[in-house]
Design a protein around this ligand. Structure first.
Ligand SMILES: [Zn+2]
Length: 431
């Protein structure tokens, strides 16, 4: 995500519906909380006219009984395992399941009704979804914990005549819950070409947006090709690209809905936004953050790599983007959080981690390392980190460890300056 969206994101989390309870099933097991039981696969069938959904979640094996999903303000109509009703209980937006312990995965099917939400908290009546950071439960039963990856299947019905729904039928590698999305509008697809590895790239634009779409996408194939060759293989399928999402004029930014990431129409012509969202295929999507406190591992790394990729494939553009980053850096409040030392203790919105600080201080931390050890050497470290962690959660600390191992330079002191101190260091090489 690009943080200028901040102006439009409301920090209120709906603690919806309460109270419905169920009796224990024949086994005697009642609904049991177990948020640690992960979701391995999420299969969604959504009717965008009837506002109904069917979600089949594949729960991971668990030695402990129970299972828990976030359901926001969904109206749950049934919960079944192999066609038989499963007892459940709902409290404050969470649904607990009477799921026995099992050494095999268990498929649970939910049918439900959902509502539109504005303010980037679910499915907008304007046709797009946005559930970052923890609004997935307003669209489907989920775990919003960014560490809990799931593969996805998605099918939409009820799309109005004359409109096109752009979404992945399948996300084949584990992704955070906020990654799945759709957008429905009067789209035209412009094929941009393919990378050396064969990934086909496109941009989907709305009426009147062709020139803007071309402008924002000018370096996408080259940057994507550089990422595949330098960091590692793309994990989210053979086709990817930018979708112009009707966010409204005041929302400048994008969202990493790989393989078809969204860019708000106001930013469609912006090369940096398109490149930034593309890079999330490797960091923030391809590698998930372990806790929200590791947000800088997603946004700082992505901001750096967008600048780095453009430095290589379009140096003049890259220079201009680094200058714009430096301007942004000058506007950051020095005390804004970048890399809090806890894990799982903060609310990314309410505790104000979602500012430009993790983006820009993170980018200039990596820039400082690159100036110290060489950008090519830092590329090697980023490649090693991606190779070890792709499709899994990881921490910023393990990134520092990898940089030290691969480059021989210990970045701890530089990371403390850029990511932990409440003064903003001078731009330049790490000490
Ligand atoms: Zn981002």
């Amino acid at each position: 995500m690009r943080a200028a969206l901040l102006v439009a994101v409301l920090a209120s989390w709906l603690t919806a519906c309460g109270g419905r309870s169920a009796t224990p099933d024949a086994s005697g097991l009642g609904p049991t909380a177990n948020l640690a039981r992960g979701i391995a696969d999420t299969d969604l069938a959504i009717d965008v006219t009837a506002l109904t959904g069917t979600a089949t979640l594949m729960f991971e094996p668990s030695t402990e009984p129970g299972g828990t999903v976030e359901i926001g303000d969904l109206a749950i109509e049934s919960v079944r395992v192999a066609g038989a009703d499963l007892a459940f209980a709902i409290t404050a937006g969470k649904l607990d399941l009477a799921l026995p312990a099992s050494d095999a995965p268990t498929a649970v099917t939910f049918t439900y009704r959902w509502q539109h939400h504005e303010g980037f908290e679910g499915v907008s009546a304007s046709g797009y979804t946005l559930t970052w950071p923890y609004y997935c439960g307003n669209v489907f039963p989920c775990h919003s914990d960014p560490a809990d990856g799931t593969t996805f299947s998605l099918a939409l019905t009820g799309v109005a005549a004359g409109k096109t729904a752009v979404y992945p039928a399948r996300i084949p590698a584990e992704a955070p819950a906020y990654q799945i999305a759709w957008s429905i509008d009067e789209y035209t697809e412009l094929a941009l070409g393919a990378t050396t590895a064969g990934t086909a790239l496109s941009v989907w634009y709305r009426p009147g947006e062709l020139a803007t779409a071309q402008q924002g996408s000018e370096y996408l194939v080259a940057a994507f090709d550089w990422l595949e060759k330098t960091i590692g293989p793309y994990k989210f399928g053979p086709k990817a690209g930018t979708v112009s999402a009707k966010w409204g004029a005041g929302a400048f930014g994008g969202m990493e809905h790989h393989p078809f990431w969204h860019v708000g129409t106001a930013a469609l012509g912006d090369v940096e936004t398109t490149t930034h969202e593309a890079v999330h295929g490797w960091f923030g999507g391809g590698i998930r953050i372990n806790c929200w406190e590791d947000f800088v591992l997603s946004e700082g790394t992505v901001t750096y790599l967008a600048g780095r990729a453009l430095d290589v494939v379009a140096p003049t553009v890259g220079d201009a983007i680094w200058q714009s980053y430096q301007n942004d850096l000058g506007e950051i409040a020095p005390a804004d959080k970048v890399w809090p030392a806890s894990c799982g203790m903060i609310d990314v919105l309410e505790d104000r981690l979602f500012t430009r600080a993790p983006y820009m201080r993170g980018a200039f931390f990596y820039r400082g390392v690159a100036l110290k050890v060489g950008a090519d050497k830092l590329d090697e470290a980023l490649r090693a980190f991606y190779t070890a962690n792709a499709t899994k959660p990881a921490t910023m600390q393990s990134m520092l460890d990898t940089i030290r191992t691969v480059t021989g330079y210990d970045p701890t002191a530089c990371a403390n300056m850029w990511l932990r101190s409440s003064t903003i260091p001078a731009v330049g090489a790490c000490p």
